[in-house]
Design a protein around this ligand. Structure first.
Ligand code: M6R
Length: 616
């Protein structure tokens, strides 16, 4: 939540900051702001709304945009409504110190009371304005340098932050710090790029340092980086990593929206997830994190999978796969619930955490709780070097590439792909899967991306269905077995980007309540593939038809029975049940996209949402 960016070097800072903010908008987009520092002054501009509103304001107000030092912020509101005053950067009472911040300061209220007693005043409702004034207060009280004042105040702060602080009379020194919110530092000879992720600076440098929690850095123009531990000011040796992102991955190309591009990338991203891990001719699955912890997985009594949102839906599919193929009892938990319970786990338990961003605050907190209790934690993340990836005992990256659309698509199928590999690998270790089934599933997995590609060609018929239903108020999504979580995911996609109310249910469950909603205005999307409970689903369809509901059925090629009952059918390739979610979810993603597109919604940046939820 919130994107931050900064530049200190010799280039024109404005284009780096403004273009970087556009790339960070997926993190929040209710207000934005920029500060630029030049020889004899600085300019500040902030506004409610997206970065293009900020650009318009900068030009219409003739804001000076020169200078080789700058910072910018795109906000997802936590404290205070989205408006110009609450937008970042925030300036201290003396008008000297300037800050951008991503995160939440939990004890800001107590600090604000102290500051008010000491004569400070506040223009905004944000915790960030309290934060920067707290630094100013400490600086004055202790007569300390800015870096020392920042360090002392960080030791008093409770909450999560990644921050950039500048004294406008000495802008050639920038202080950055991190706890709980992501912060990447790009470095080149004589220049520094600061951002919430590496995407804004990948075309300037491939050298990156991911600040760790509890670290701060002092960046001085033309000088070496000074990395410190916040708690004791100990100097640290920076570890520079090489970025592997290529620019095409973060551009929309021929697509109108990133979400559509990412949906269409899935045949490739599934192959990328499998690359080097599934060696079909030998029937070998290689996952380092499992192999080096073989005995833990062989002896596991149970596994708990913890995640949020779409990753939670993938986890439910993981539950089915691990129980079916590896014979291990699995529980799936929402990270936000798990972290506040007293889960009965110890060192005999395996916890799998799943997160695209690797930064979701609740999932990270759940991970830490599990580790504290001694459990072995395995992570499935997409973003390399993310907080979750760094904190687990072992893990596997999904390698789906950057996912920019706020609604997750390709990361979901990549997570399922890893979970299939995991279940097969552990099943083989535990001898709970016979050789023939193992071999067949490996072979089929090797061909699955072709089937996904074929399914994507159904886009035109899905467009036609979308035209019929784009104006309805409610949708139901039904599935059974391993495709019940896919129904949940289909409903989530639709509500996220088109704001149509949608619910996912196990098909047989509707007679326990939801059937009361069905009438001639209710479209029901039902996954009715040949495997699983096909005959039972036919019964469910009859029940809906008897109440005049409209059926949009996802069926296998060659299907006759469901096709004659349904109002609309989307035919997809056959597959074994275990792999079917990789295919059945595709039409649901496309349906959600097309409906939102027809309704004229901003598909990539739906209202009230942000890509990574780094606050509670
Ligand atoms: O980055 P994570 O996978 O941890 O994110 C979890 C959820 O916030 C995320 O899946 C969210 O539900 C998406 N908007 C779904 O499209």
């Amino acid at each position: 939540m919130c994107g931050i960016i900064g530049y200190l070097g010799y280039r024109d800072a404005y284009p780096i900051i403004i273009n970087g903010l556009k790339k960070l908008e997926y993190r929040g987009y209710d207000s934005s702001g920029i500060a630029l520092f030049y020889k004899d002054g600085y300019s500040l501009c902030k506004t409610k709304g997206r970065v293009n509103e900020l650009e318009k304001k900068i030009y219409s107000n003739n804001i000076k945009i020169s200078g080789t030092i700058g910072i910018g912020h795109t906000r997802w509101a936590t404290h205070g409504v989205p408006n110009d005053l609450n937008a970042h950067p925030h300036v201290s009472n003396s008008n000297k110190l300037i800050m951008i911040h991503n995160g939440i300061i939990e004890n800001y209220h107590a600090i604000k009371i102290v500051l008010l007693k000491n004569g400070f005043t506040f223009k905004s409702k944000t915790d960030t304005e309290v934060f920067i004034n707290f630094i100013e207060y400490i600086k004055k009280e202790n007569k300390s340098s800015l870096e020392e004042a920042v360090r002392i105040s960080l030791n008093e702060i409770i909450g999560a932050y990644s921050i950039v602080v500048i004294d406008k009379s000495h802008p050639e020194t920038i202080i950055i710090a991190k706890l709980g919110s992501p912060l990447a530092l790009g470095i080149n000879d004589k220049e520094f790029f600061i951002a919430s992720d590496t995407i804004p600076f990948v075309n300037y440098t491939k050298n990156v340092i991911y600040l760790k929690d509890g670290e701060m850095a002092i960046l001085r123009k033309g000088k070496e980086l000074d990395l410190r531990k916040i708690i004791n000011n100990h100097k640290l040796n920076p570890i520079i990593k090489k970025l592997k992102i290529n620019l095409k991955q973060i551009e929309k190309g021929e697509y109108k929206y990133f979400m559509l591009k990412e949906i269409h990338e899935q045949p490739k991203t599934i192959l990328d997830t499998l690359r080097g891990r599934l060696l079909i001719p030998k029937g070998i699955i290689c996952i380092d994190g499992i192999e080096s912890n073989k005995n833990i997985f062989i002896n596991a009594k149970s596994i708990t999978i913890v995640a949020c949102g779409t990753s939670w839906h993938a986890s439910l599919i993981g539950e089915y796969l691990l129980e079916e193929l590896a014979s291990i009892p699995v529980e799936v938990e929402y990270a936000s619930e798990f972290r506040y319970r007293n889960p009965i786990i110890n060192k005999k338990n395996i916890i799998i955490v799943i997160s695209q961003s690797g930064e979701t605050a609740d999932t990270l907190a759940a991970l830490k709780l599990a580790k504290k209790k001694g459990a072995f934690v395995f992570g499935i993340c997409n973003v390399v070097g993310s907080s979750i990836a760094r904190n687990v005992d072992a893990g596997a990256y999904t390698h789906a590439g950057p996912e920019i659309g706020v609604a997750s698509t390709k990361s979901f199928t990549a997570q399922i792909t890893i979970l299939i590999l995991l279940a097969l690998k552990i099943g083989k270790y535990r001898s709970s899967i016979n050789d023939n089934r193992y071999k067949c599933l490996c072979q089929e997995l090797g061909l699955i991306s072709e089937k996904v590609y074929h399914t994507l060609k159904k886009d035109d018929s899905i467009k036609k269905i979308s035209k019929v239903y784009h104006n309805v108020n409610n949708f139901l999504y039904l599935g059974r077995g391993i495709n019940f979580p896919v129904a949940l995911e289909g409903a989530l996609k639709l509500k996220e980007i088109s704001y149509i109310h949608a619910e996912g249910y196990p098909a047989a469950e509707i007679k326990h309540g939801p059937i009361a909603l069905i009438d001639e205005n209710m479209p029901v999307v039902i996954i009715a593939t040949k495997k699983g409970c096909y005959n039972k689903i036919i019964g469910n369809i009859q029940e809906i038809k008897a109440r005049k509901g409209k059926i949009i059925a996802i069926v296998n090629e060659g299907d006759i029975q469901v096709s004659t009952l349904a109002d609309h059918v989307i035919k997809i390739p056959n597959s074994s049940e275990e792999l079917s979610p990789l295919i059945t979810v595709i039409p649901l993603q496309l349906l959600a996209y097309q409906i939102a597109y027809i309704r004229g919604e901003n598909v990539d940046q739906p209202r009230n949402l942000a890509k990574s939820v780094t606050v509670e």
